[in-house]
Design a protein around this ligand. Sequence first.
Ligand code: B12
Length: 388
Amino acid sequence: MVNLNVIRYHMTVNGAAIKSRLVARARDLGCAAVGVTRAGPVPDHSRFADWLARGWAADMGYLARHADTRSDTRRLADTARSVIVVAVPYPRTADPTEGAAGTVAALFGGRDYHKVVGSILNDLAEILAVNDSACRRFVDTGPVLERSLAVTAGLGAIGHHTQLLVPGFGSRVTLGVLVTDLELEPDAPFTQDLCGDCRACLGACPTAALREGQGLNARRCLSYWTTASRQTIPLELRSLVGGRLYGCDTCQVCCPHDPRSETASDAATRAHPELAGDTARDLDTLHGLLTLGRRPLARALAPSAMGWIGRTALLRTICVVLGNHGHPDSAAPLAAALDDRDPIIRGHAAWGLGELNTPEAHAALGAAAASELVAEVLEEIQLARARK
Ligand code: B12
């Protein structure tokens, strides 16, 4: 980022005009909320540090690697002066999805939200660029505490489910951040408590991953296991995964702020139709995905954000979902997955077959027991066979 002290006076004078253009443009682009906060220390950083220290980030090592950067937005760029935060609404989907064997959380059904929010930020950055500003943009993956910045920029409040609630939209917003060297008038932080006495999300979480006042233990979160982790899903959580193929919306769906009216959801769809997509997967689709190689699978998942997790993790989750769904037709594709080159997929296929508990499933497990060489997979096969 270039140092632009020479024209700082000019920018301060024009800060109010630039900000009103930014806000108007963000609204035109369908943002549910937009706000500005000063670059500097992030007030909630100690919450993040405590969370890491408790081990609740699970295997998301990238969060710890840049922990310090998250403490102060000036660490993102030496000349940073202001931080602009946008909340982009995405449509809610009907729940539970009738007849679906597997479900995808609403944010992941449509086009990759990183790209959608990224292009909104690019558009806003153009307004800054004509005013000689340099800026950096972040969507999701940067070392930025996006939700805390959204609160300080006045967009909304953090709910007990740890999600940002924007009045009128609930938590069905995805966030984006622009860091600029322009001095813009900051907005007042959002101070209203939007949860009150409500604790619906704490009770609704199937794995008790949410703890009041402490946030979310990713080690127990089904969104973590289906969207972020590439490891073996713990045995005690597998049946709780239910039909969740990618992501979990349970703590949002039960929230009184979740926009239930068609109007609110339609408004979000109108603003960003590309974020709406099919969130239900039928049995045939899951069977088909289970037999695809890496490249065809990536093509089948494009242009959504789902491909990001990779073949091993996605197919592992499909095995669990098929086991939970329990249809006898799943025996053949699960049996084929017992021959996959990847031991994590083989282990979860064995679990799925154990859940089906049909003669065909046990025949496949018996054959695999005779040839499997990896101890962890053999253990899964033996556990599955013992369920007979
Ligand atoms: C890591 C991560 C995850 C992890 C961990 C989630 C978590 N709760 O931390 C996993 C994989 C589980 C996950 C799941 C989901 N995620 Co996520 N995730 C992130 C990421 C990359 C970092 C979050 C982080 O820093 N966590 C650390 C902990 C300590 O943060 P925290 O609990 O939110 O607490 C912070 C603030 O909320 C604040 N705070 C202020 N007041 C209060 C009060 C209380 C009581 C608490 C607890 C905290 C708090 O202090 C903390 C420090 O900033 C952000 C993007 C980003 N760069 O910020 C997206 C992000 C938070 N995720 C997002 C989404 C949409 C989801 C899912 C809904 C996806 C899905 N449908 O499956 C779920 C929701 C699960 C949940 N209840 O959080 C959105 C949230 C949008 C919103 N409205 O809040 C973000 C902002 C991505 C984006 N750009 O849109 N996610």
